[in-house]
Design a protein around this ligand. Structure first.
Ligand code: 13P
Length: 364
């Protein structure tokens, strides 16, 4: 195999490294609010609101106009396309609000999953064709990183070789295109919680997937120091009768990551995947306490596990905005502390803290 290739220009390497490093600064993590319009529509319906552009804007305005202290624990926010162009009631672009708070704006760029023909209910993820153009536009708007999620399901015969290889190739092409446009790619192979498998199976599948993903990233000459990984934690499937302790989950997760993620990757920010807010915090804390060497920052990039209590308290009403913002701050702080391995169980309780956020075949 010919091995000639060029590295990115030194200035681009520096820029990507600087952005990635700032996103995984100690004690901070990512707020993922990149639900597609259908996804946020269900959450709006739960609080009795119509799925209109303005209601989606009102909810996200609540998050982004939180007190400046949010940035003590949140380094970056993942936006959805529409949100990039939205403004607060007084006409300030959301992106400007975030930048003023020292929060880095990023953008979800995958165009969702579609069936993988002849597979057993598996999917591939769309959006590569015009990705370079879209990345250039988002960069112009002020985004500095991107996210692309590829879900993989564990069942008797899955994930298949077909699905794993497809995921790896798609993520590698995505990462390469992002870097060409100056955006840090967050690479998200999501081995889902759906299924009855035990933690041993989840660990092995995660290891196989990570090995394939990093082989493909290397084949595409992706500059690893300018990337981040957003993986699942290694847990038993939702339907598995044997439940594991946070310490067991943490150990299985760290072992799988050590086996599959190169040391050049600066940080790993977990998805919450349907865990309750409290579980996601406790597991992250346990991960950061495992007595094994880890070369990367281990932090959070949660959607549901940072917002469940916010939705509950807001309930679609303007008079609840300040209280809902306090809930967001609490979860951000709890996870910031957990990313340092210093969280005590019960230290910070939230309105929907122990409610499971799992739903089968969840769509963002
Ligand atoms: P959850 O934390 O809700 O799994 O969301 C993660 C995600 O990928 C959204 O960007």
């Amino acid at each position: 195999m010919p091995t000639f290739f060029s590295y990115p220009a030194p200035e681009l390497q520096e820029e990507l490294k600087r952005t990635a490093g700032a996103i995984v600064a100690p004690g901070k993590g990512i707020l993922a609010v990149d639900e597609a319009n259908d996804g946020i529509g269900k959450l709006l319906a739960n609080v009795g609101l119509e799925n209109t552009e303005n209601n989606r804007r009102r909810y996200r305005q609540l998050l982004f106009t939180s007190d400046d202290s949010l940035s003590d624990h949140i380094s970056a926010v993942i936006l959805f396309d529409e949100t990039v162009y939205q403004k607060t009631d007084d006409g300030t672009p959301f992106i400007e609000i975030l930048k003023k708070k020292n929060i880095i704006p990023g953008i979800k760029v995958d165009r969702d999953a579609v069936p993988l023909f002849l597979s057993e209910d598996e999917v591939t993820t769309q959006g590569l064709d015009d990705l370079a153009l879209r990345c250039a536009e988002y960069k112009k708007q002020g985004c500095r990183f991107a996210k692309w999620r590829c879900p993989l399901k564990i069942a008797d015969n899955t994930p298949s070789v077909q699905a794993i290889k497809d995921t790896a190739q798609v993520l590698a092409r995505y990462a390469s295109i992002c870097q060409s446009q100056g955006l840090v790619p967050i690479v998200e192979p999501d081995v889902l919680l759906d299924g009855n498998h035990d933690i041993v199976r989840a660990q092995k599948v995660t290891e196989v997937v990570l090995a394939e993903v990093y082989k493909a990233l290397n084949d595409h000459h992706v500059f690893l120091e300018g990337t981040l990984l957003k993986p699942n934690m290694v847990t038993p499937g939702q339907g598995c009768p044997k439940r594991n302790t946070p310490e067991e989950i943490a150990e299985a997760t760290v072992i799988a990551l050590r086996r599959g993620v190169p040391a050049a990757v600066p940080g790993i920010a977990f998805l919450s995947g349907g865990q309750s807010e409290e579980e996601a915090t406790i597991n992250l804390n346990a991960i950061n306490k495992v007595q094994l060497y880890t070369p990367w920052t281990l932090t959070f990039s949660y959607g549901r596990a940072l917002q469940a209590s916010v939705w509950k308290i807001w309930a679609g009403k303007d008079e609840n905005v300040t209280k809902a913002q306090q809930e967001l701050f609490k979860r951000a702080k709890a996870n910031g502390i957990a990313s340092l391995g210093q969280f005590q169980s019960g230290q910070m309780t939230s309105a929907a803290g122990d409610k499971s956020n799992y739903s089968q075949n969840h769509r963002y």
